[in-house]
Structures are given as C-alpha cells and as structure tokens.
Design a protein around this ligand. Structure first.
Ligand SMILES: C[S@@+](CC[C@H](N)C(=O)[O-])C[C@H]1O[C@@H](n2cnc3c(N)ncnc32)[C@H](O)[C@@H]1O
Length: 245
C-alpha cells in the first residue's frame, strides 16, 4: 500500500480511476467491458429494498481500514464469486451455506439488482455484493490465505484471439488466487467455451500450489443464464475444481 501526502496508507487506484502522469485515464486490460446501467422496474424495486443492507458501495473499499466482516456483521469463512451475473448460482449456493460469508463481485449493477431479489427469495442473509473489479479486490483487499473458496462460473470467454488477453484465468491470476486461498481452499470454475476450458486446465495444472482438474458437473451449481446460452448453442460445459495445497 502506498501513502497519501499526510502519511495515511492508501490503496492503489481501482480500474477506471487510474490516471497517467499527465492526467489522462489510463488504458487497462480488464476482464469485462462496461454494460448499461439502467434498471428495469423489478430491479429498481429490489435495489431500493435491499441495497443498503447487502451492497457494499464501491468507494467503501478504498478506505485503508475497510473490513469485510463489518459489512457481513460477523466473522466467518469467506467465499467469493467473481462475475455473479444475475445471482442465480449466488442465491442458491449461499442459501445452503449459511455458515459462510459469500461476497459476490459483479461490475454489472443491474445484475446485482436482480441478484438482490433472488437472494431475498432464497432467504439468504449471508451474501454481500460489490461492483469493483474482482482482480483488483483480490489483490488489494483480500489477505493472503484469507479465502475459503472461489467460484468463477462462465467468465466471459473473450473468444476473439485479439481479446484473449482480457480473459480472467491467466497464469498471473492463478498465482494470485493460490496466494489468497487458505490451505485446503477450493477454486471452482465452469465454462461453456471449449478453448477457454483448455486454457484453464493448462494454466491451473501448471500452478504449483493448486491440485485438481476437470470434474463432473457440480450438481449443486444451478444452471445459469450463461450456461443456458451455451447449452442452447450445443456447447460442451466443463466444470473444474482445484484445491490449494
Ligand atoms: C458471462 S457472464 C456470467 C455470469 C454468471 N456467472 C452466469 O453464469 O450467468 C460474466 C460476468 O462476469 C462479470 N465480470 C467479468 N470480469 C469481472 C471482474 N473482473 N470483476 C467483476 N465482475 C466481472 C461480467 O460483468 C459478467 O456479468
């Protein structure tokens, strides 16, 4: 962490906040592109009803003393889902794990709003959402060995070759995840893009601290919007599971 002119520690700037020395916005390679932010009436209603209790405002994470357990109201093992979309997996999986704190990181705010009503319907009290870049969050907020489990279901495949560099699962990201997972911690992934599945296997098999590989479909994982899209195009779904040694 660097320090402000007054000597206070500050976190590195989040993506979209980084400026070049001459004050222009820095171009960054991110695993997402910004999508629309308009709410449907149902999303607006869910946001109104639940965001104060369940959504961590982006700026809150900039505070050097940001403490996740305060936002959950308790200390408990931390599970992070990256790219929770409209919250189908989040709500269902969190509902059967009341003993863990589930943090869903999703930059698409209308998706978070949909997730809020799904969590309300599922009766979860253990899910919080935040719309900052998950890579930045893992690197700058989560402590080493601070993560019990990580879920990445259907991360954008960035299927054009020139966009592959935006994929989430890279050797650098795998080593960050391995560092953040507690010993015995689990990373579960799923994709409907065969070539991305191959890349995931190659990258994760090469990570010395991770053991695992392709597994049978995780039966607790509900079929999500993006899995449905893949299935409708006859794509093969691949589930992976790795454990931090
Ligand atoms: C293809 S969608 C899959 C959504 C959901 N998991 C599903 O199965 O329907 C990928 C999602 O990941 C989100 N995302 C991608 N990179 C992210 C990042 N670095 N931080 C937070 N969210 C991210 C995108 O906004 C998008 O909603």
């Amino acid at each position: 962490m660097s320090h402000s002119p007054s000597g206070e520690p500050v976190r590195p700037a989040r993506p979209h906040h980084k400026l070049t020395e001459d004050g222009r916005r820095m171009r960054e390679v991110l695993s997402y592109s910004r999508r629309g932010s308009r709410f449907t009436p149902r999303q607006a209603e869910a946001w109104e009803a639940h965001h104060e209790a369940w959504v961590i405002p982006d700026e809150a994470v900039d505070a050097p003393d940001f403490d996740l357990s305060t936002w959950f109201g308790r200390e408990a093992p931390l599970v992070i889902e990256i790219g929770s979309g409209v919250g189908e997996a989040t709500a269902a999986l969190a509902a059967t794990r009341p003993e863990v704190n589930v943090l869903a990181l999703e930059v698409w705010v209308p998706g978070v709003a949909d997730s809020l009503w799904r969590c309300a319907e599922a009766g979860t009290e253990n899910v919080r959402f935040c719309s900052v870049d998950a890579v930045w969050f893992l690197r700058n907020v989560v402590a080493p060995a601070g993560l019990a489990e990580l879920w990445t279901f259907f991360p954008d495949p960035w299927h054009k070759k020139k966009h592959n560099k935006r994929r989430l699962v890279t050797p650098e990201f795998a080593s960050l995840v391995a560092e953040r997972l507690a010993p015995g911690g689990v990373w579960r992934l799923a994709t409907d893009w065969a070539e991305y599945a191959e890349q995931m296997l190659e990258v994760l098999d090469a990570a010395p601290e991770l053991t695992g590989g392709q597994v049978e479909r995780w039966d607790e994982r509900p079929v999500t919007k993006f899995e449905r899209k893949g299935l409708s195009k006859d794509r093969q779904i691949t589930d992976l599971r790795y454990v931090r040694s």
